[in-house]
Design a protein around this ligand. Sequence first.
Ligand code: GAF
Length: 403
Amino acid sequence: MSEWVEPVTDSALASAAVDRFRSEFGAEPAGVWAAPGRVNLIGEHVDYAQGLSLPIALPHSTVVAVGRRSDGILRCRSGLGAWTGRVDEITPGNPTGWAAYLAGVVWAQRREGLLDSGFGGGDVVVESSVPIGAGLSSSAALECALALALADLTGAPTDDAGRAALARSCVRAENEIALAPTGGMDQAVSLRAEAGHALLVDSRDGAVAPVRFDLAGEGLALLVIDTRAPHQLVDGQYAQRRVSVEEAAATLGASLREVDDVSALADPVLRRRARHVVSEIGRVREVLSLMDSGRHREIGPLLTASHVSLRDDYEVSCPELDCAVDAALAAGAYGARMTGGGFGGSAIALIDAGAAEQVAAEVLGAARSRGLTEPRFLTLNACAGPARRVPSHAERGPAAGFA
Ligand code: GAF
């Protein structure tokens, strides 16, 4: 039997967060905010190279229940533990682990002037249905939920320009406090997605554009395969890829976004890394053009080509991801690829709606027969929406959720 990770409604996650907030802190939170995880349809490892990517918000999200303080203390609680510290003492590397993504947002918003430098601190409780360490942006969801909460509580703008500024602060939190040298795709989609659409993210200027993708209407679904192979972006491999891309651009004298021929790169490894970035940006353009003409099934081979490029040229795949992709294709998927940072984490497969159980069973069987960790699965039938405030029971009327 395949194991499935089901999304949890905002109101159910909020109820759990509010209950925990009351028992941890003996008070009511000022509110609850939710932000989605993501899968990236295509455009992988190009966001730090001024490239194009096409992520989709998941129905799986992270909520934060947040209360105000006035003594300069930040208290964070989640299923992963507890952290308490002074806002003034948040620095690169302090705290570490999951709390760095929350504390980092406070630090970055103060630096960016989004939060007053006299910000009095806060209490935060986290609940989440985004699998952790699965390459589905659990850390960006955490950052973005708190970023929106702080903006709402302090009256900072939360229109699209405001959300773009919040996304930038979340990237700083991740780069400078959590010390993960990631690009900005995950925060962009978590804060700026539109329901029913993938989000075209242009990392050259930070512009985004929704791209209609009615999976169910097309008779399609995305099967997300969490290989459960551990995935870490704070280890050296991700950073090394980023350095390679910067080196290639410096050698060619142009951003890889502007280049279509990488043959001038003498070093074969650097050439392969650059070839991935350049070819991947080209594949995003092809996918956009197919989607624009309603030929959604035909994007399958481009997804698979992306995987091959990530596996062979960029070398960020692993046996579990390759096995998942091969098995999904053998089971009839239109296309499949690793999604996110790689080195473990998740793959996606574009399949017919209704085929999820059968494809998942074959992927599971392939992992078992190769002695690999058993994957678990999520299905995506519709592209979800962006970070939002979760209305309380009183605000939504008697039939509804939390508090
Ligand atoms: C991770 C990073 F956080 C993103 O910025 C992006 O680089 C991705 O890996 C690879 O496309 O999710």
